[in-house]
Structure formats: C-alpha cells, structure tokens
Write a protein that binds this ligand. Structure first.
Ligand SMILES: C[S@@+](CC[C@H](N)C(=O)[O-])C[C@H]1O[C@@H](n2cnc3c(N)ncnc32)[C@H](O)[C@@H]1O
Length: 316
C-alpha cells in the first residue's frame, strides 16, 4: 500500500518551514480562478490564508472575498482588510452564509481540501501519528464527535467500513475486531495507547499503516466526504454564469467526487442513460481535462504537495 493513490502519509511529516501552512498549487489555483478585479470570490478553506492573500492582490477596492474555515484557529491569520469576511463555519453551509452576507452569486469559488500543516503539527489536535495526545482529530472543536468517540462507540462493521473506505487499510476487518476487543478492556483515550493496543495486527511499515488508519478516522470525524458533496452541490447555484469552481484534493476519494461532479453534475457516476438515452447535462464546463499536480520545483520545496490534484470547472 506504500504507493496507494489514496494515502496522504506525506502530509503528516515534520514541516521545517514553521509556517501555519505552505499553500499548495498557489499560482495554478489563482490562474484557474481567472480573477476579475471587482469580483466576489469565496475561499472555502482559508487555513493560513496563502491562497486568499493572492486573491486579494488581484482584487481592486471594489472586490470582495468571503472565506470559510471551521477551525477557529485560522481566524488569527485573517488580514485587516475591509474586503475580506471570515466565516468560522463548515463550507457545507456555503449558501446559508452567502445569503447571510447578502450575496447571492459569486465569480469564483476555491476549495483546498483537508487538513492544514498547523493542524497536523499541533500535537494536542490529535491529527498526527507522530505525537501522543488525546484521540481528537476535530477540525471544528465545537462539534462533539471525536476520534475517541468513533473508536469507542462505533459498531465493528462501522469501523471496518471506515478503515476500508477512507484509509484502504488492508486488514480493516481484523483491525475493527481488535478495536472492539481492546476497548472492552480499556476504552481508548490517547494516540499511543491506541497504537499499542493494536500493534500486534499492524501490516507492513507501522508509520504507513497508522497514516492510513489516522486518515480514515479523520475523514470520518469531520465527515469530509459529506461536507464536500454538499459544498459542490451548493457551488453551482452560488456561481454566476462563467464563474469558476477550483478544487484541490489530496486523495482519490475526494478527487473522484470532484471529477464526477464536474462531469455529471452529481458526485456519483450515473448508472445508465435514462429512458430517452440521454444524460442530464452537467451545469459545468470542465476547464482542466486532466488534474493539475505540483511542479517538480514545488515538490522539492514542499513534499506535502505530492498528492495534490487541482481541477477547474466553469459554470455554463
Ligand atoms: C489545506 S488547508 C487550506 C490552506 C489554505 N489554502 C492556505 O493557503 O493556507 C484546509 C483548511 O480548511 C479547513 N477546512 C477543511 N474542511 C473544511 C470544511 N468542511 N469547512 C470549513 N473549513 C474546512 C481546515 O480547517 C484547514 O484550515
């Protein structure tokens, strides 16, 4: 599984930059948005604000940028600039917050999915296999569901499916069974205790194995696939005709969802043509026929960009 397309283990590595987050595919994403100086843009995943700062540079005084991040820690990165509005909520509520800010249609939407380097590098957030901490993994600390909750309360079948689907863990069934046995002795609280109690069934390189297990838990804790689906569906009515939708994803489940959505206007590939032999036309035109990856130069300075894929679409 070391080379699995689905794995993000390269993102959970020590970051030497000290930055909150080094933006990935920065110039590519900005070009993809095709920014109009007086336009209205949405950055769904503000993080360290790397992409947002570049968007602001392209906007004139009349331009506006609405940014989302469900992690309140990102708020400290918001510049003192009257053109920017920070929304400390999940981007799955895109439409609601656009309405709240009296905006209906926007010129472009960017989403740079997943976790920031800051989240991986803050031990107590519980995202990283490199540290010991509470099994948390919430991007939004206001939500009650944590990784410990999932490990201690999900059924064996639910755990099996989480590890299989979101982490491609080779022995996900055995892992789920072991978790259910071990939690009956002592419920899970911390990362190290969890790793120790399942160490007997680890397959292959333990770092890679736990990277897959942690990715799966993180996707489940934050309902990342559900949030992405809802955001994509709301992005179409939220865009003006000709407006751009730009998504950077980091694993194949997300990328497939984005690819299908751009192609069919739905995240699942339609099973068959309807009775008239026609398919519903996608509301989007695909601008990037193939996903755009990081250049050799970027890969050299930011190994976390390794699994990034950028896709661009335009509202018809
Ligand atoms: C990869 S980072 C974005 C980095 C940013 N583009 C930059 O240049 O610094 C992803 C950020 O999006 C946030 N995020 C992820 N999923 C989210 C969601 N469903 N709703 C709101 N924010 C989300 C995370 O908290 C994290 O800060």
């Amino acid at each position: 599984m070391a080379n699995s397309k689905n794995i993000r283990e390269d993102q959970d590595t020590a970051d030497q930059s000290g930055a909150y987050h080094v933006p990935v595919l920065l110039q590519e994403a900005i070009e993809a948005l095709d920014i109009k100086p007086a336009g209205l843009y949405v950055d769904c995943t503000f993080g360290g604000g790397g992409h947002s700062m570049e968007i602001l540079k392209k906007l004139n005084e009349d331009g506006k940028l609405i940014v989302f991040d469900q992690d309140e820690a990102a708020k400290k990165n918001v510049p003192n600039d009257k053109r920017i509005i920070f929304v400390a909520h999940n981007f799955r509520h895109l439409q609601k917050f656009l309405r709240l800010h009296k905006q209906t249609q926007v010129d472009g939407i960017l989403a740079d999915l997943g976790v920031s380097s800051h989240q991986f590098d803050e031990a107590e957030r519980g995202f990283s296999t490199r540290f010991d901490a509470a099994l948390d993994m919430r991007m939004d600390n206001r939500q009650p569901l944590t990784a410990a909750e999932i490990l201690n309360n999900s059924t064996e079948l639910q755990l099996h499916k989480i590890f299989e689907k979101f982490g491609e863990v080779t022995n996900s069934k055995t892992l789920a069974k072991t978790i259910v046995e071990q939690r009956a002795i002592t419920p899970f609280k911390t990362i190290n205790a969890f790793k120790q109690s399942v160490q007997g069934i680890v397959k292959g390189n333990p770092n890679k194995y736990f990277a897959q297990v942690f990715q799966a838990l993180r996707i489940a804790v934050n309902d990342e696939m559900g949030a992405l689906e809802e955001m994509l569906q709301q992005a179409v009515p939220a865009l003006k005709p000709g407006g751009r939708l730009v998504v950077i994803s980091f694993h194949s489940l997300e990328d497939r969802m984005v690819k299908n959505f751009f192609k069919h206007g739905a995240v699942q590939e339609p099973e068959a043509d309807d009775v008239y032999g026609t398919r519903q036309e996608s509301p989007l035109t695909i601008i990037s026929k193939k996903p755009i990856g990081a250049s050799a130069a970027e890969l050299k300075i930011n190994p976390r960009s390794r699994s990034a894929k950028l896709r661009i679409a335009q509202k018809k």
